[in-house]
Design a protein around this ligand. Structure first.
Ligand code: SF4
Length: 414
């Protein structure tokens, strides 16, 4: 295809963007095939995504991991992912209230030979050893397997409190029994504290953390990721698209020349903004894999194309991405809960509630947002509309209108 044909005119781009936010515009433009690299349409089953070593575990994992909440009707997505080498599968006992694990079990019942070739990860949101045993046993039954490759404690935010000596003994026993090969945790907030603490523990095999083009440039997180890499911990990035916390942020930066230029530049080079956000994370060799929700074949193929594509994101495009991150910072919660939460004189998990708002407004998943929100204690919910967020907003590095988003979430989900 000639450069002329590849070029998407600014006029056409703006027309495509219309009055919608940048996210919608990107969605509309996703159908425009990448030009220089590998297009989603040209991905075939014989192409397999590369692998990387997972820390010092000795396991190699596909650089793209199948995440999200697929159900038994999505066996074709699992099958195609497997055939294209997306053999790192991520789930949790809570995903779809067990629906996702049951779907994996159904897959392994149908294709038992695939089990050993899949790096299977599940999680449980507890650090109580007895509950961990109960939850792991349920997960193994649901997934029709005798072991998981990696087991995580879900949503860890305080390593000292949650990764106790009892948990260490539990993990050692589960390994000895052959029920888990490796152990670790996932983290959505206070990542740098958790990663630094984990690097010192010496018994953590893997971590899955929020990591994206907005967060990876922060020096604190860079140091924490380096410390984990040195300690031989395998790392998986999640939340790589860095979605907005509330719908009223969706158009921030979308009408600026810089945002339009950025998207246009990506598309002219052959990748979408979504693919660029994956590529920039893979540029860090210490990130073994990216866990991505891939609810359908279109997204699976687009992500596989990005994983196969050897065209590197240019330094100019990286700068554009960084600039876009700065322009839209106030829509994205960086998870630094240790800054804002102590500044509100009430028990309110600000960062978590902003994530629930993101599930609702950016992912369109009201059910998931409501499930998390409803699990908050009545006291916490009662505090949300009454609390004074002025000080937290003053010190929030992202300059988020915390009170406005939390009160809107309270109205939407109560
Ligand atoms: S609201 Fe601000 S300070 Fe609090 S976790 Fe999010 S980005 Fe950090």
């Amino acid at each position: 295809m000639s450069g002329k044909k590849r070029k998407i005119s600014r006029r056409n781009f703006i027309k495509a963007a219309g009055v919608a936010g940048l996210g919608s515009a990107l969605g509309a433009l996703n159908s425009l095939a990448p030009a220089q690299g590998i297009s989603a349409a040209s991905v075939t089953e014989s192409m397999t995504v590369p692998t990387r070593p997972f820390g010092k575990t000795g396991a190699d994992v596909s650089i793209l991991a199948l995440g999200g909440e697929l159900s038994a009707s999505d066996l074709l997505v699992f099958r195609q992912a497997f055939k294209m080498g997306v053999t790192y599968w991520d789930t949790a006992d809570s995903y779809g209230w067990g629906k996702n694990e049951k779907a994996i079990g159904k897959y392994f019942a149908k294709f038992p030979d695939d089990r050993e070739k899949v790096f299977l990860v599940s999680k449980a949101g507890t650090s109580n050893p007895q509950k961990l045993t109960e939850k792991l046993n349920v997960s193994l039954i649901r997934m029709n397997t005798s072991y998981v490759d990696l087991y995580f404690i879900h949503h860890v935010s305080n390593v000292k409190k949650e990764l106790t000596d009892e948990v260490k003994s539990w993990a050692e026993n589960a390994k000895a029994e052959g029920k888990i090969r490796f152990f670790g945790f996932s983290a959505h907030k206070n990542m740098e504290h958790s990663l630094l603490a984990a690097a010192k523990l010496g018994w953590i095999d893997g971590i899955m953390m929020s990591y994206n083009y907005r967060l990876m440039v922060q020096n604190k997180l860079k140091r924490a990721v380096d410390a984990c890499a040195k300690a031989g911990i395998g790392m998986t990035a999640m939340k790589t698209q860095a979605a907005f916390s509330a719908n009223f942020y969706a158009t921030i930066g979308s009408k600026t020349d810089d945002a339009l230029k950025m998207t246009e530049s990506f598309l002219n080079k052959g990748y979408t903004a979504e693919q660029a956000k994956l590529k920039v994370v893979w540029e860090n060799p210490n990130i073994a894999s990216i866990c991505s929700a891939m609810p359908n074949m279109t997204i699976l193929r687009a992500n596989v194309a990005a994983a196969l594509d050897k065209v590197k994101i240019s330094s100019g495009d990286k700068k554009r991405l960084e600039q876009y991150a700065r322009q839209t910072a106030s829509g994205f919660c960086a998870g630094c809960a240790s800054i804002c939460e102590p500044l509100v004189h009430a028990d309110i998990p600000i960062s978590d509630i902003l994530r629930y708002s993101m599930y609702y407004h950016s992912y369109g998943d009201r059910e998931k947002a409501s499930a998390f929100y409803n699990a908050l204690s009545p006291d916490v919910k009662a505090n949300i509309p009454k609390a004074d967020y002025a000080k937290a907003e003053k010190y929030c590095p992202q300059k988020i209108q915390i009170g406005k988003v939390l009160k809107k979430t309270y109205e939407d989900l109560t």
